[in-house]
Design a binder for this molecule. Structure first.
Ligand code: SF4
Ligand code: SF4
Length: 125
């Protein structure tokens, strides 16, 4: 299987994933339901949710941490700081540019013909 990448850099380079504080977790399961990347799993034997696939976590994402009602999920850093540091270290923008070109080519619905909000055309005065 191909190695996971983050904009041309091995995903393994980035230690970004949620950590559950089990002194706070009530096993509500919202983290599993809120993650589209298959990071969490239910452990039948331990009767709790686990960060089963940390390498699937999207670098910079904090969605599960924001929906956890017990504030039981933390990340290794502030996401903006982490991603900015990763951008500077790995100089990802050439790869980002190529990925964007491929995405817009493949997904025409991502291209619209509309002004930006606030660029005129509104009727606020
Ligand atoms: S959302 Fe928070 S409290 Fe609920 S199972 Fe996940 S970590 Fe535990
Ligand atoms: S931060 Fe985002 S991608 Fe990572 S586990 Fe939470 S919801 Fe999933």
């Amino acid at each position: 299987m191909a190695e996971k990448q983050w904009h041309g850099v091995s995903r393994a380079e980035f230690r970004w994933n949620p950590v559950i504080d089990y002194t706070k977790c009530t096993s509500c399961g919202l983290c599993l339901l809120s993650c589209g990347s298959g990071v969490f799993a239910w452990s039948k034997s331990q009767e709790t949710y686990l960060v089963a696939n940390p390498g699937n976590c999207v670098v910079g994402c904090t969605t599960c941490g924001r929906v956890c009602p017990e504030l039981a999920i933390s990340f290794p850093d502030d996401p903006t700081h982490f991603v900015k540091a990763a951008i500077v270290k790995h100089k990802i923008f050439p790869a980002v540019k190529k990925e964007l070109a491929a995405r817009l080519e493949k997904s025409p619905d991502h291209v619209v013909d509309a002004p930006r909000a606030g660029d005129g055309g509104g009727s606020n005065g």
